[in-house]
Design a protein around this ligand. Structure first.
Ligand code: ZN
Length: 278
């Protein structure tokens, strides 16, 4: 009861506060009577009356807790730093074969075409509800690995939402994990890299101008954002070079592709099984 009253009072304060702010600056400095706009004049004196002084000063209404924050608080999840942890997360997610995915979903995102038939036995994860806030590698949440096209926004609800399929290659996640481990081992900032884009359904891929044969469509490529990995206070080529070299010489070698986008802060890598550099 009392909380209800105070809440409504608070609402009043906020409402009147806004009204006052909206009207004062124009007519404000000395005399509102001389102001040429008569429409605004009368309510100014009447509104900020007794309730404003009764309630608390100008405390803004509490912001709703972001969903991811609530999830972290309730789940007490920790960053995924080992292969065992990664396995555990993947195992706990619902998964189906590509062939079993909803036909209408496939039509919507462009997976209905014949040329994708060969994917039929491919495992596709179907994270549900709050699953998308879970860490998959490091502090990269599952939501970062989802295709963020029309389907993503279609399923975007506050907490519960229809599942958004996620095709993601386990070896690819392993490379990302090892990249983090290697940065940590070299006493560099392993949280200064994060996933910009991983799986992209064909529709989303074409929207972002991706090659139709892009490995992102199969969940076999990641675009990474690279920030101040070497902690020298600058985000520059040196940071990207460090990441590039680890991927090139240690993690991928002849088994994957790396694209360095010059003049950009991101770097692409994939697990195509053969060597490619550009
Ligand atoms: Zn890419």
């Amino acid at each position: 009861m009392s909380s209800l009253v105070s809440r409504s009072l608070l609402g009043l304060v906020v409402a009147t506060g806004c009204a006052a702010q909206a009207t004062f600056p124009t007519a404000g400095q000395t005399t509102p009577a001389t102001a040429p706009s008569p429409a605004k004049a009368p309510p100014v004196t009447a509104r900020p009356g007794p309730p404003a002084t009764v309630a608390q000063p100008d405390k803004p209404p509490p912001r709703p807790e972001p969903h991811w924050q609530r999830f972290d608080r309730q789940s007490k999840q920790t960053p995924v730093e080992t292969e065992a942890q990664l396995d555990a997360v993947l195992k706990s997610l619902r998964s189906v074969h590509f062939a079993k995915l909803d036909k209408q979903y496939k039509q919507r995102v462009g997976f209905g075409k014949r040329r994708f038939r060969y994917l039929s036995r491919r495992k596709v994860y179907v994270p549900r509800g709050a699953d998308r806030f879970r860490y998959l590698v490091g502090r990269n949440r599952i939501i970062r690995f989802l295709s963020r096209g029309a389907e993503f926004w279609r399923n975007m609800g506050p907490y519960e939402h229809p599942p958004t399929p996620m095709m993601i290659n386990k070896r690819l996640l392993g490379v990302l994990l090892k990249l983090r481990q290697e940065l940590k081992r070299r006493k560099l900032d392993h949280d200064a890299i994060w996933v910009l884009s991983a799986f992209r359904d064909p529709q989303h891929n074409s929207w972002v101008g991706g090659d139709p044969a892009s490995l992102h469509v199969h969940g076999m490529a990641i675009d990474l954002m690279v920030a101040d990995v070497n902690r020298d206070g600058f985000v520059d080529r040196k940071d990207k070079d460090i990441v590039y070299r680890i991927l090139d010489r240690k993690l991928l070698r002849g088994r994957g592709g790396i694209g360095r986008y010059p003049n950009r802060r991101s770097i692409h890598f994939d697990v195509r099984g053969s060597r490619a550099r550009w």
